[in-house]
Write a protein that binds this ligand. Structure first.
Ligand code: NAD
Length: 260
């Protein structure tokens, strides 16, 4: 076993991705951050994480709609760390609107970022994981990969698609020490969720307070948002050797939402 394993976490400049990148670094893995944002703030985050955890932390700003940039992201991580052992496909966006008004360009962007980007990161890193006999793929699906809500056609379709991709990768990696699993969070209060509060209020004709109470926390029996640190801890466990037999799973972390 190498001293340290190396991970790519897409969309890790914010929210759940950052929570998982922090948890993986805390567990002793090198991490390549990715995502958009203010360059100085990203650099501060990168340097602080490296210093705090004593691991190598890089950053690559690949746009997850662009297969050529995703190939360059994997190549950059291989060149920085020597190899890529863990790929966390987390980058995601959302758009909330009834299907008859749903903009075609939003459908295309959500499918590209929330689903196709995972195919591209894996297509460039899977052979190395198989050859070395150890690898982890984590795909960020959602409670919306297991059940639907209205006005989220593209998101729900992409998140269900992530589960199919995960199962195929689990079968292809099974005899090579490579696992693939999907994490299915309920609502986590991140910028992605904050942005959809006004849009959901408009689509449903209710107040923003009602969106939080009834649409978001209503389906979660705990009546609490899931925390980014909780998703990070689950990702770190899936990347440990103790999780070697967990593969092809869709793991809800949703306060009981999909138990109902
Ligand atoms: P967020 O908006 O806080 O973070 C999204 C990240 O993706 C950011 O780093 C952003 O820069 C990056 N990103 C967006 N477009 C990109 C692109 N084209 N190329 C590269 N990076 C890009 O959102 P979040 O809530 O942390 O969501 C992270 C993942 O978790 C998403 O896949 C989301 O669908 C999933 N998820 C979120 C929730 C929730 O309630 N927040 C619930 C279930 C699943």
């Amino acid at each position: 076993m190498p001293d340290r394993r190396s991970a790519i976490v897409t969309g890790s400049t914010s929210g759940i991705g950052l929570g998982m990148a922090e948890a993986l670094a805390e567990a002793g893995n090198n991490v390549m951050l990715n995502g958009f944002g203010d360059a100085e703030e990203i650099e501060r985050t990168r340097a602080a994480l490296a210093a705090r955890c004593g691991v190598e932390v890089g950053y690559n700003g690949a746009d997850m709609t662009r297969p050529d940039e995703i190939a360059a992201l994997v190549a950059a991580a291989e060149s920085a760390f020597g190899q890529v052992d863990i790929v966390v496909n987390n980058a995601g966006i959302q758009h909330v609107e009834p299907v008859e008004d749903f903009p075609v360009e939003k459908w295309d962007a959500i499918l590209a970022i929330n689903l196709s980007s995972a195919f591209h990161t894996v297509r460039h890193s899977f052979a190395g994981m198989k050859e070395r006999g150890w690898g982890r793929v984590i795909n960020l699906s959602s409670a919306h990969g297991l059940v639907a809500s209205p006005y989220k056609t593209a998101y729900v379709a992409a998140k269900h698609g992530m589960l199919g991709l995960t199962k195929v990768l689990a079968l292809e990696g099974a005899e090579h020490g490579v696992t693939a699993n999907a994490i299915c969070p309920g609502y986590v209060l991140t910028p992605l969720v904050e942005k959809q509060i006004p849009d959901t209020a408009k689509a449903r004709g209710i107040s923003e307070d009602e969106v939080v109470k009834t649409v978001m926390l209503g389906p979660q029996p705990t009546k609490q948002f899931v925390k980014t640190q909780e998703v990070g801890a689950l990702a770190a466990f899936l990347c440990s050797d103790a999780a070697a037999s967990i593969t092809g799973a869709a793991l809800p972390i949703d306060g009981g939402w999909t138990a109902q």
